[in-house]
Design a protein around this ligand. Structure first.
Ligand SMILES: Nc1ncnc2c1ncn2[C@@H]1O[C@H](COP(=O)(O)OP(=O)(O)O)[C@@H](O)[C@H]1O
Ligand SMILES: [Mg+2]
Length: 372
């Protein structure tokens, strides 16, 4: 079993990743809901599986946990095979901690007994481990209380302590914060993150919230229709999205269209460099609201064109809202009546009907062949 179970591709001197998943596929009724998913996670690293509801995140997690079975693909922990389509280590033998959205504590057990539930060994050792964990989640003084006496955030911390108690090598978390009050969430996310880092487990966290993924992840795996469409650091996904939908997952985006001619695409904002695309290709030029620059109207004219910012185009303010850190202004553009959104730091609330001139930051645009 040892020999069969070892990963053959790993060079001897480099430690294997804590978790490695190769080509996982799961079909329901002929439809692949998880489709050729591969990823690796190192100890102490957090990877977020991010994607819309129904894209296959939970199914992926359930397969890794061992409560569902893939149709194809392999799972390795520290280089050892724990599951392929023939061989399968049962869930309890995988050294995996689980935390799901519905993290239900046992209502009839005290905080201490909840945390100690999965622990084996002498009673004194268990008690010590429980005490240490409750200390770490700042819940020591609740040790003899019962779940119904705790707030949502407190229950969450107990559930985290319970999941970490057996020192799992891998933590799988499925939307663990979605049941919490919005106001508490960021704080609990940060606390959880430092605990997970300290415990040194490899973490796979499922979420449909880009904000949560950006906040928690070392690595984001963006999923769509069962496939991982892009994987990388949050910075890379935000600043180098693979397609229009990937760009639009992290913020509102503006889209203007055009047709490539001689490696350039002409638009109402001037010509954009669109190298590598054949003449006649219809493209979408995509940019985030914070990358529009706004200038005042000077007797029907805007600022002069520049190489960095191209040509200004005029729009009329349709709506302006203050969002706290920024203001969001929507413009109806003169050139084709479409609406573009601009976000401006602090307070900028021009009156609806005001004509203003917009330019686009060239270095922050993404160009993709148009869809459909
Ligand atoms: N046991 C099952 N039988 C049939 N279809 C399933 C089953 N489990 C999940 N699915 C389907 O697989 C797709 C992915 O589900 P899931 O992994 O739960 O998505 P997510 O967690 O990303 O929201 C959904 O369309 C869901 O209906
Ligand atoms: Mg799910």
């Amino acid at each position: 079993m040892e020999l069969i179970g070892n990963r053959l591709s790993q060079p001897a001197n480099i430690p294997a990743p804590r978790l490695e998943v190769q080509h996982l596929t799961r079909r329901f009724g002929g439809r692949a809901v998880v489709d050729d998913v591969s990823l690796t996670i190192e100890p102490g690293q957090v990877t977020c599986l991010l994607g819309q509801s129904g894209c296959g995140k939970s199914t992926t997690l359930r397969i890794i946990a061992g409560v569902d079975m893939q149709d194809e693909g392999k799972i390795f922990v520290d280089g050892k095979l724990i599951c392929d389509t023939l061989y399968r280590v049962p869930p309890e033998g995988r050294s995996i901690g689980l935390m799901f959205q519905d993290f239900a504590l046992f209502p009839h057990l005290s905080v201490a007994d909840n945390v100690g539930f999965g622990l084996k060994g002498a009673r004194g050792d268990k008690r010590a481990r429980v005490g240490e964990l409750l200390e770490r989640v700042a819940m020591s003084r609740y040790i003899d209380m019962y779940p119904h006496e705790l707030s949502g955030g407190e229950q969450q911390r107990v559930a985290l302590a319970r999941a970490l108690a057996p020192k799992p090598r891998i933590m799988l978390m499925d939307e663990p914060f979605s049941g919490l009050d919005e106001r508490l969430r960021d704080g609990i996310r940060d606390e959880t993150l430092s605990l997970l880092k300290e415990a040194g487990a490899a973490v796979l966290l499922v979420t449909h919230e880009p904000h949560e993924a950006m906040r928690m992840a070392d690595q984001i795996a963006l999923m769509r229709g069962g496939r991982i469409v892009q994987m990388g650091a949050p910075y890379n996904l935000y600043n180098a999205p693979v397609d229009r939908a990937a760009a639009g997952f992290f913020s509102d985006v503006n889209v203007i269209g055009g047709r490539v001619q001689g490696a350039l695409t002409d638009t109402p904002f001037g010509a954009f460099l669109t190298p590598g695309l054949p003449d006649g290709t219809q493209v979408d030029i995509i940019f985030r609201p914070q990358h529009l620059k706004i200038d005042f109207d000077r007797n029907g004219r805007g600022p002069n064109p520049t190489p960095q910012d191209g040509t200004p185009a005029r729009g009329v303010v349709e709506r302006a809202r203050f969002l706290g850190r920024e203001s969001l202004v929507e413009f109806r553009m003169d050139f084709d009546g479409r609406v573009l959104k601009a976000s401006v730091p602090n307070v900028f609330l021009p009156r609806p009907g005001t004509p203003l001139w917009l330019t686009v930051r060239r270095d922050r645009c993404f160009v993709f062949p148009a869809q459909g």
